[in-house]
Every structure is written in C-alpha cells, then in structure tokens.
Design a protein around this ligand. Structure first.
Ligand code: NZQ
Ligand code: ZN
Length: 384
C-alpha cells in the first residue's frame, strides 16, 4: 500500500427528519445565505423544512444555480455574500448546488483579480466562508469532500478545484429528500458513484485489500440497490438510504487513500458536458467502457479481479473475462436507461477532434501515465 494522509472532518447527519436538526449545527448569530438550484426544493417540501428549521436565524436566499454550475451565475452570489456580510452558506440541492456553493465560499474571500483563477490557475484558496449542506441527490460525494467542478459558460470550460477549507462543516443526508428525483437523476446518481469507485479501484494493484474490498462492496451495493431504486414504482426508504450512503462513501477520500487513482474518465467526460451539455454521469457511462477497453492490458490484473468479484465471471480465457466484464459494465449503465454511445447524444467526429485538441494543448488526461493525450481520440472514436 502507498503512504497517505487521510483527513475528513465532515459531520454527517444521516436519516429521516434530520433536516430539523440544522439549527444545532449553525452558529446562532450567523448571517446565513441559503443556496439552491432551479426550484426542485420548493416542490418537494425540502425548502419548507429548511426554512422552518432555521426559524430565528437571519436568512437570505440565492436560487437558480444550474446543473453544471456556471461561474457567471456563482459570481452573482459572491456579490451578495460581500454586500450582505454573509458568514454561513447553506447549500440545499444536488452536486451542482454544493459545488457551486463551495466556489462561492472560496471566491468570496479571494484576494486576486479574477476568481476564475481558482480553477484555471489552481490559485490557492487561502480562506473561505463556512458552509453546510442539505443533500437532495445522491451521486457526487460533494457532501463529504472538499472539491467541486465549475463551468465557465463563455468559454465552455469545465474545471475542478478544491481545498481542505471547503469541506462542508456538516451535511444532512435525509434519503426522503431524494424521493422526488426523476428516474433520470436516480440513474445518473448510480452511474456517477459507480465510476467514482472505478476511478480509484480499476488502476494497479498495490496490495490494498481493505480499499479493494470497500470499493467492491460499494460497486455491488450500487448495482443491487441502485437497480432496485431505479425500478421501484414508489420510493422505498432502505433502497434510497443505501444508495445515498454508497454514493457518499464512493468519494469521501476513504477508498482512494493509499491506492493509485486515475480520473481520466472524468476528465474526458467533463469535455463532453462542456461542449454538449450531456449530464455528467452520462458522459462517464459513455467514456468508461472505452477507457477500460483501451487499458485491457495495462490494467489487466485489476480488471480480472473486477470481473470475478463484481460480475462473478470465472470461466473462459483472461481475454474473454475482461471483454465480458466491460460488456457487463456497459449493460449495467444501459439497464438504468443511459445511452452509452456518443451517437445516442448526436456527438460525432468533429467534436472528438475538438476535444482531443483540447487535451493535446493541456498536456495531460488523468493522474496515471497510461492514458496519454494522444489516446483520447481513440477512446472516443470507439464510442461513436
Ligand atoms: O436545480 P434543481 O431544481 O434542484 O433540480 C436538479 C437538477 O435539475 C434536480 N434535483 C436535485 N435534487 C432533486 C432534483 N429533482 C427532484 N428532486 C430532488 N430531490 O436534479 C438535476 C441535477 O442536479 P445536479 O446537482 O446537477 O446533479 P448532480 O448531483 O449529479 O451534480 C452534478 C454536478 O456535480 C459535479 C458534476 O461535474 C456536475 O457539475 N461533480 C462534483 C463532484 C465533487 N464535488 O466531488 C464529483 C463528481 O464527479 C462530479 O464531477
Ligand atoms: Zn463524477
């Protein structure tokens, strides 16, 4: 196993009715700004629960944070934070609202000329406004990590940022807050969390049975519980709760500690969202089978472990086992209604050329050298 530091200070408040406990976790005299998205929280009762839990607090609101949150939108909230002297941000929503709020927290304290540098130049976050979260969509893990992804609409750039200062102080995970999710977003959550595990698991063996078996338990849980939640006519608490906890555990740093992580699937996927607006998770379901095929030899050992332990593939040659595991992975995404081919989303060769050019200019893809910038075109062409 490799050396690692593992630090995660997020207080998780998990379960039914937990939104009512918000008050205990926000300083009594705080000037709170509630941030949210396009209005789902007003339809499903979460907004009312939050407002009622914050009775007696000085509360303001900033709504309209879009999926794949825009820098341009978030900078409007930064203005409010500065003029209204907000000192606590409460994100109520999915990964986009949480990520956007992390960016607001950092940009509001940023001393440089252009807060976009936090993403484009990886400018260090020296201070940030405290934030908490009420999660309404199980998928990204943003509720228990210190990173985020923001898009500049003007230039179609989607970039990541992070800082230990951006861990939420707490996150409320009430599975009932996710009951109103449409099937498409349940599927997205399953696929995103699944690929988060794969980015940290399907790399190279470093003799890490704890991390490997944690990862495998998450993958199996996502397949079993995710499928059930997707198929259920009406939400069943345990299915949604298991989904939610699996998604949080998939990206809170635990399974990635001491092992080699990749993130090439995410890096390529982000470009598909930036140029075509395809849902984050869908881009991952498109790219992952291509990347797995490309790395069949290099990552063969882990791929065979995955084939056997996740899909119970024990017969045939190594080549046949690997091929079948990749096919099962793609079929799993398709089983929750995700179109796994670029052609399903009207993306063609011209876009592959643009994306591949962007990587050639950037000079890197993921964190491991086995995916070169020159491989991106081939990976995507196999997904047409
Ligand atoms: O905007 P509202 O009206 O709230 O509607 C949202 C949005 O349209 C809706 N929704 C959320 N909760 C709902 C609900 N609808 C009904 N009932 C509910 N309970 O779902 C739609 C999608 O929401 P969004 O927040 O965009 O989805 P998700 O949680 O999948 O977040 C995706 C974003 O997270 C980033 C992605 O890149 C993308 O920008 N990621 C963040 C990561 C992180 N911070 O660690 C890691 C991930 O890999 C990912 O990159
Ligand atoms: Zn993701």
């Amino acid at each position: 196993m490799e050396n690692f530091d593992f630090y995660n200070p997020v207080n998780i408040l998990f379960g039914k009715g937990k939104i009512a406990e918000l008050k205990k976790h926000i300083p009594a005299n705080a000037n709170v700004l509630i941030t949210f998205g396009g209005g789902s929280i007003k339809k499903n009762g979460v907004y009312d629960q939050v407002i009622s839990a914050l009775d007696g607090f000085n509360v303001q609101e900033f709504g309209g944070i879009e999926p794949n949150p825009h820098f341009e939108t978030l900078m409007k909230a930064v203005e409010i934070v500065k003029t209204e002297k907000v000192d606590f941000l409460l994100a109520v929503g999915g990964g986009s609202v949480l990520d956007g709020t992390k960016f607001i927290a950092a940009a509001s304290c940023y001393k440089g000329a252009d807060a976009w540098d936090i993403l484009a130049k990886r400018a260090r976050v020296e201070s940030a406004i405290d934030l908490g979260a009420v999660l309404t969509l199980a998928a990204t893990g943003s509720e228990m990590n210190s990173g985020g992804v923001v898009t500049k609409a003007a230039t179609k750039e989607k970039l990541a940022f992070g800082s230990p200062l951006l861990f939420p102080k707490f996150s409320v995970l009430d599975p009932e807050a996710t009951y109103s999710l449409p099937k498409r977003q349940i599927a997205n959550g399953v696929a995103d969390a699944f690929v988060h595990v794969m980015e940290q698991y399907l790399t190279y063996p470093v003799n890490s049975p704890v991390q490997d078996r944690f990862s495998e338990s998450l993958l199996i849980t996502l397949i079993e519980e995710g499928t059930k939640a997707y198929d259920s006519e009406t939400p069943i608490y345990d299915e949604y709760a298991n989904m939610m906890w699996a998604a949080t555990m998939a990206l809170n740093g635990l399974i990635g500690a001491g092992v080699q992580s990749d993130w090439a699937t995410h890096m390529i996927g982000h470009e598909l969202t930036a140029f075509h607006g395809i849902d984050h998770a869908v881009t991952l379901a498109i790219v992952l089978p291509g990347l797995m095929t490309q790395l069949k030899e290099q990552r063969g050992e882990k791929l065979l472990q995955y084939a056997e332990r996740i899909w119970n593939i024990t017969e045939g040659s190594d080549e046949e086992k690997k091929t079948l595991a990749i096919q099962k992975t793609e079929e799993f995404f398709q089983s929750v209604g995700i179109g796994t081919r670029l052609s399903d989303h009207n993306v063609g060769q011209d876009s592959i050329d643009t994306i591949s050019k962007r990587f050639l200019e950037r000079g890197y893809v993921g964190m491991l050298p086995d995916v070169a910038v020159t491989d991106v075109a081939e990976i995507l062409e196999a997904r047409l």
